[in-house]
Design a protein around this ligand. Sequence first.
Ligand code: PA5
Length: 401
Amino acid sequence: MINFDFHKYASKYIKKEDKVEYLEKAREIKARFIDGDLKYWNKLDTFISSQELKKIVNMTDYIRSNCDVFIVIGIGGSYMGSKAVIEALSPMYDKKGPEIIFLGTNLCSEEYYETLEYIKEKDVIVDVISKSGTTLEPSIAFSLILDLMSKKYSEEELKNRVIITTDPEKGDLRNLANLKGFVTFTVPEAVGGRFSCLTPVGLLPIAVAGIDILKLINGARTSYERVDRAIEYAVIRDIMYKKGKIIESFTVYNPKLNYFCEWLKQLFAETQGKDKRGILPISCINTRDLHSLGQFLQEGHDIIFETVIGIDKDKMVTLDKYDMELNSINKIALDKVGLAHYNGETPSNLITIEEKNEETIGELIHFFILSAIIGALIMEVNPFDQPGVQEYKKLISEELE
Ligand code: PA5
């Protein structure tokens, strides 16, 4: 269950009368999600068939007992969701199962050199994820890893060690998989990378990390109340935006949500940042960032609002010094920083989960996906494309050819 407080430290910016102009639009949008063309997005739990889910579970068992290192290759939406969930829900130390290495997010030779050295004597399984099958960074990473694996394993063995997650029908990766007999998973036709965390794109790496994907999917199940909340949040963001708050900080008080914030930044930037519009997403991992960006949020240019994701219950660490739980002090920090920033003209929305687990993370994923799509519809930009991302790919490819 998620708790929303869009009032306490935002009220002086959000007046009742500001919301009136959105009523008609909000009604139309809700109808599209409940029973119209966007119905699909209100049912993230149906993004994956039971057949494919079974295949993921079986493959997970195989991967967990047959490699030292599981390499996930992908960029943008093809890896961010799984990395976010894995970081959020894994223990810091003493992780069980194969080590998971993400590759394909840059062109840095130092990173590849060191990774190739590190894995050369290890047993490896790779999952290359690219919906288009043509993105430069993952395709370079895959060629390097496949080269190394081809020297270690027979053609027959490679069939068990190379997994391709791509478009159901087309693209270079689908063709290669058909040719070589590699295991494949499908990115559903209608689901772009940044929305694909609860498809095989995200679910296989998450399951390999030992996280219960059924609970995650369960958390993301349809909730009509969630659509209402997502509309309310999207309206508040738009009101802030029109009042000059053009930057949104996703702020957390648990460092394990660092990559969740990275996922949010990608989700909102690619969904809304187009046609010279959009709110720039940044993140603060507090209390660390109170000693860097915090200064700007408190006293810098008045262009920022925050969306704070709080966690009510956490592991027990008692501080004799104050005769208090450390988590209570963390919660006091969250509240008092909210007040301080509000006084400094940086308002905040507060989203709280009771505790951090598969279900609540699933709920948050669904809530933010809905919010990003609805925010784009309110801003009248297309939520589902990312033409600006294509531009740089085109220029690099032209140069390479
Ligand atoms: O959200 C998106 O659509 C993008 O971030 C893509 O995931 C990213 O560009 C990678 O594309 P592809 O999966 O085609 O390699």
